[in-house]
Design a protein around this ligand. Structure first.
Ligand SMILES: [Zn+2]
Length: 123
């Protein structure tokens, strides 16, 4: 974690209180379920020893976590293009499969569009 003010206790509290102010500040991942959430998720509070924190959804994903279906941490509030939704659901079904340009083109999706969108939400 790069933000020194976000201690584990602060983040646990934020998650417990579903504090939306912390939206985008960190990602909470649950080791027992392999799922990661936004701070404002309505999922049940996991045990402290079972959680891990990340700077971004991207970091959680590269550590093998899958996005929560309740709070959809990969989707920023607002519009999600249909083609991105398709990709997100592919990731949910098969999180270990790498997304390749070839795979995207085969689906009729423009890879540079997808890349731009992912850059936007993971930065
Ligand atoms: Zn969640």
């Amino acid at each position: 974690m790069s933000n020194l003010f976000l201690t584990e206790d602060v983040m646990l509290n934020a998650f417990q209180n579903r504090d939306r102010q912390f939206e985008g500040q960190f990602i909470i991942a649950v080791k027992t379920t392999g799922i990661f959430c936004r701070p404002g998720c309505t999922a049940r509070m996991p045990k402290k020893e079972n959680v891990e924190f990340f700077d971004s959804a991207k970091a959680a994903m590269s550590n093998g976590y899958r996005p929560c279906k309740v709070c959809k941490p990969l989707e920023k509030s607002g519009e999600v293009p249909d083609e991105i939704k398709n990709i997100l659901s592919d990731i949910e079904v098969n999180p270990s499969e790498k997304i390749t340009d070839y795979g995207l083109v085969k689906k009729g999706i423009e890879p540079s569009r997808v890349r731009r969108w992912f850059l936007k939400i993971t930065e």
